[in-house]
Design a binder for this molecule. Structure first.
Ligand SMILES: [Zn+2]
Length: 236
């Protein structure tokens, strides 16, 4: 019986350690996701600025084309002036030139406004791109640290799994099944110490007779409240 209890205690301590490593592994996965989402967030900002800048560039190009067109019109109209014979036609052409000049002025103002917007967005984009680059470096460094820690955790888990298998094999089938079921259903703690008349798993008092019988260690006993397997320290 002592031997079985000893095995159970060893298994429990191994499994507790394993659970810590499994949680650590999950933490690493969570941190990796977090790092990726930080990178994605800044990348999205850079992308959205790029899209906005492209759109403005396109609008600016259209204004610039329209301006060229108007300037051509003005030049063409003005070049016609010396050949004009009638006063009426002269006035009409002057009016055309005047209208085209007004349009040109408006277009120039719109182009200037786009240039200002583009300059400001360009500065924003540069800032975000620099932030992305520096974040990228930090993330890469942390990822490589995490990678090394993950490799170590995986190796530890692997060796624990084989030690665990070996320990489990030494237990009688029914006890092994009880242990595994309890581990699953009792938050990863299947074997607990009984002390001061109570089960340290659920902190409920054990019937005094049962508590006393634990000293004899004749059979593996369960807590009547939480079903966990009980052992007692300093039995001699
Ligand atoms: Zn209990």
């Amino acid at each position: 019986m002592q031997e079985k209890l000893q095995l159970l205690k060893e298994l429990q301590s191994l499994d507790t350690e394993r659970q810590t490593l499994v949680r650590q592994r999950q933490t690493f996965v969570g941190e990796q996701d977090q790092l990726q989402s930080e990178l994605d967030r800044v990348q999205e900002m850079v992308d959205s600025l790029t899209t906005e800048i492209d759109g403005l560039d396109e609008q600016r190009r259209e204004f610039a084309q329209a301006l060229t067109l108007e300037e051509d019109n003005i030049a063409r109209s003005e070049s016609r002036l010396p050949q004009i014979k009638t006063q009426k036609e002269y006035v009409a052409v002057l009016k055309e030139v005047d209208t085209a000049k007004k349009l040109s002025k408006e277009l120039t103002e719109q182009i200037d406004a786009k240039d200002n917007e583009l300059a400001s967005l360009g500065a924003d984009k540069e800032e975000k791109a620099a932030e992305l680059a520096s974040l990228g470096e930090k993330v890469a460094a942390r990822r490589s640290e995490i990678g090394a820690e993950q490799t170590k955790v995986e190796a530890d888990l692997e060796s624990m799994t084989s030690r665990r298998e070996a320990l489990l094999k030494q237990l009688p089938t029914t006890l092994r099944k009880r242990y595994q079921l309890l581990l699953e259903r009792r938050g990863g703690i299947a074997v607990v110490e009984a002390r001061g008349g109570a089960c340290l798993g659920c902190h409920m008092h054990l019937p005094p007779q049962q508590f006393n019988s634990l000293y004899l260690a004749k059979e593996v006993q369960s807590c009547p409240h939480c079903n966990r397997l009980l052992y007692i320290e300093n039995q001699e």
